[in-house]
Design a protein. Structure first.
Length: 95
């Protein structure tokens, strides 16, 4: 099966549109919607929320956010442990 050049979905055999550019590059489209967005309106697939590329980018962003939040929590825990150990050392030093 061939993938749509714009949205990335599989195109069933015998359907879709094929556009051949002057430089012999072949673009396959699943619908007129994809063809118009890419060729006429000159839009980028990553900016359209219904494309596969945009969904992948959104997933990567959420994973990155989750990782950053997890790292912040770990940093907070380690800083609390450091503070507690410093206080314990100071108390022991006074005794």
């Amino acid at each position: 099966m061939v993938n749509c050049s714009f949205c990335g979905k599989d195109i069933p055999k015998g359907t879709g549109l094929m556009f051949i550019k002057k430089d012999a590059k072949v673009l396959n489209f699943c619908s007129r919607k994809c063809e118009k967005n890419m060729l006429v309106l000159k839009r980028k697939a990553r900016n359209m929320p219904w494309t596969v590329e945009a969904k992948k980018e959104k997933d990567m962003m959420t994973h990155a956010r989750e990782a950053a939040l997890k790292k912040e929590k770990e940093d907070e825990k380690s800083s609390k442990v450091d503070k507690v150990s410093k206080v314990d050392k100071a108390v022991k030093a006074k005794k």
